[in-house]
Write a protein that binds this ligand. Structure first.
Ligand code: 2AM
Length: 179
């Protein structure tokens, strides 16, 4: 079994901006720069032969390169935020790619949750009980005008997630060109 997900790695011209943004937000579990990505599909624990099928399907997938623009800061969890993220400006090409990746993964036998896709780059995680919500919300208001890019996206990547006591390590297994 391999714990896997499909994502867009952050372009080098955007990463420092995301890193500075995360620095400005008081989050107990901040995502390190090298782990920042935009998830297209979380595959979870996947049997090796199924992942091999998915890999072949991703290799066969055709989709165009596109420009990615990040915009704003938001959170999931409503009044009890648990995850803080950088938002993504409306992007039909990205939405279409996510559908293609999800369909390809399902056809290959992967289990992909069917919740609505809200494109985002996670900056950190937050426990409302333990942390100072007021400080986080004030910092999010100050960061609301954040934007980065546009940056060209030429590929998407299959990652293995290694869970460790020091947090996850994401290992790229294969990348697939967009053209
Ligand atoms: P995120 O994109 O909101 O941060 C690797 O774990 C990536 O897959 C993370 O980026 C994570 O969320 C995303 N993901 C989606 N659903 C997940 C789940 N049920 N468990 C763990 N990660 C999940």
């Amino acid at each position: 079994m391999i714990r896997a997900f499909v994502a867009i790695g952050m372009p080098p011209e955007i990463l420092p901006r995301l890193d500075a943004l995360a620095d400005s937000l008081p989050m107990p579990r901040r995502v390190p720069e090298e782990n920042m990505h935009l998830t297209l599909a979380f595959l979870g624990e996947t049997p090796n032969p199924v992942l091999e099928e998915a890999h072949l399907a991703f290799e066969a997938l055709r989709a165009p390169a596109f420009d990615l623009e990040l915009s704003g800061v938001n959170s999931f969890g409503g009044t009890k935020p648990r995850l803080v993220y950088a938002g993504v400006a409306p992007n039909p090409a990205l939405m279409a790619l996510q559908k293609k990746v999800t369909n390809a993964a399902r056809l290959a036998g992967c289990t992909v949750e069917s919740r609505r896709f809200t494109p985002h780059v996670t900056l950190g995680r937050f426990s409302p009980e333990a942390a100072d919500l007021g400080r986080l919300q004030a910092a999010m208001v100050r960061a609301a005008t954040f934007s980065a890019g546009p940056a060209r996206i030429n590929e998407f990547t299959l990652y293995q997630s290694h869970l460790t006591a020091d947090g996850p390590i994401y290992e790229p297994l294969a990348s697939y060109p967009l053209r």
